[in-house]
Design a protein around this ligand. Sequence first.
Ligand code: NAD
Length: 487
Amino acid sequence: MQNTLPTYTETLAGVYIDGQWLTGGAELAVINPATEAPLATIGSGDATSVELAVQAASKAFPAWARSSGAERGAVLRRIAEGVRQRRETLIQLQSANNGKPLFEAAIDVDDVIGTFEYYAGLAEGLDAQQDRPVELPTEDFAARLRREPYGVVGLIVPWNFPMVTTAWKLAPALAAGCTVVLKPSEVTPLPELELARIIHEAGLPAGVLNIVCGTGLVVGAPLSSHPKVAKVSFTGSNAVGVQVMQRAAETVKGVSLELGGKSSLLVLQDADLELAVELACGGAFFNAGQMCSATSRVLVAAPLMADFLAQVQARAEATKVGDPFSEDVEMGALVNQAQYQRVRGHIERGIASGARLVCGGERPAELARGYFLRPTVFADVPRDSALWNEEIFGPVLCVRSFATEEEAIELANDSEFGLVASVVSRDLDAAERVANALQAGMVWINSPQVIFPQTAWGGYKQSSIGRELGPWGLSAFQEIKHVVRAV
Ligand code: NAD
């Protein structure tokens, strides 16, 4: 792949309001986690920038809300096309800023294109649905249904899939007719800033999208509590999600939350073991395990346990970890030093809890710099340990065996989270039965973690409030209005 990575020699504007890039503000250093070298310096915003951004979004709202679905769909299609044209640059930016290998970053960028195209289609379909008559049990009244945009919405996103989490909120918000103040993660703002340039060139009217880069407390907090923000859609940790919800409660604004997970992969007795190993490692080590949907718990039918562990260990030890820009690398770096230390802390506490470290747990000896960690596998993980119950957000796979299907379901559901789950079995009846019993918003059977714009994203229990993607992602940004007339 030709090098199209931008080099940032001057401080980059991290605030985009009313179609203008604003410089100044506290400087944020953005690093490349694979080299620990600086990538860029960003001028960040503060509460005043949030205020200006909300004002610009409020001013832009009436015209954008009045535009037809077809007009909004056309803008979304131009954004998708702009992303397609800058695909290589965006892939490289994501790899450089996040540490993920190029092939993973490519999946992200293609997902962004697909998401904008999907919501372009839904936007185009809105005009025909608007003012549909509602069937009533009387002829004395006539009713029609309108779906109207919420208003100004605040979107707050994390660093693990910066562009994807942004697209999953931004595309439906724009399709619905909302105007937006977006706060990227302070750790990985570069892909979103590039996306903003593409969106600007695609002709989105000024003020419809505003971006304020900065830290959570300085920018995210005032955005979550701003009285003119009608809804906050947040993806991130549970601790911060609770704070966002508390701030939003002050002005009774809507919230959508996509939070943590502790997802299970169940390997039933008649599973194809090779497939189970591939899916377990893919689910745990993709994005260096920094996934809300990471299959960090693997439950294996007892008779398969010894073979499964041996094969998982071999696969984990053979995984090529290193420079995300190297084409043959399978796992890149963790996003920064804090995340590296957090995951190392989990590993150390896991060992202290009595779990058996099968492999990994350390940085690869040959890599002197960068936040790299070897794929790590634990067996015999105590059920009451933090390793088994808390989100690790690193390349750590925890394995336990089970004796019966009921025990496997009980173990998988015994979590405060319920984001996703996976089942591996040649007996499809058993797999479907287990899938139905699992408390998760998405269950894959004999499948990698494929995500389509048409299927909802989100989970049970403390993993989510609401759903993203599909028509649910759009309705998250729409108010429902019925107009009832006496005939
Ligand atoms: P985080 O909660 O630390 O930060 C997320 C965003 O919130 C960032 O932009 C941050 O600056 C901002 N923020 C921080 N403090 C804030 C505050 N007080 N008020 C408002 N905003 C604030 O999460 P992270 O470390 O960036 O991401 C990892 C977490 O995200 C994990 O827990 C992961 O499970 C979760 N996640 C969930 C999904 C999902 O779809 N369920 C997807 C990706 C990530």
